[in-house]
Design a protein around this ligand. Structure first.
Ligand code: ZN
Length: 99
């Protein structure tokens, strides 16, 4: 029924990630493992892809937990490769994504 999917999102989408620099930081809630996906790892990070982040299923590279949404993941939006590296090494000065 949605006529204009670009205007009804209240949570962050892949478009938000693209707009913010193209990096998506993930923290696994099961084991606290951190990872960053970029556009080469995840080509669906692109302009006008309004797929909400909470609808994407990820699998943790550390504990193997698989799932989607805020029950499984905390997501962050590093602005550049440097912030992405800091995020993975444990710094929390990165903007949190709204999922
Ligand atoms: Zn995990």
């Amino acid at each position: 029924m949605t006529k204009n999917p670009t205007k009804n999102q209240t949570t962050d989408s892949l478009h938000t990630v693209w707009e913010n620099g193209g990096f998506l930081g993930l923290v696994c809630k099961a084991c606290d493992h951190r990872a960053v996906l970029d556009r080469s790892a995840m080509p669906i990070i692109r302009w006008n892809n309004m797929t909400p982040l909470r609808s994407l299923t990820f699998r943790c590279g550390s504990c193997g937990a698989s799932g989607k949404g805020p029950e499984h993941w905390t997501m962050f939006l590093p602005m550049d490769a440097e912030q992405a590296r800091r995020f993975v090494s444990g710094y929390d000065d990165v903007q949190r994504a709204d999922i």
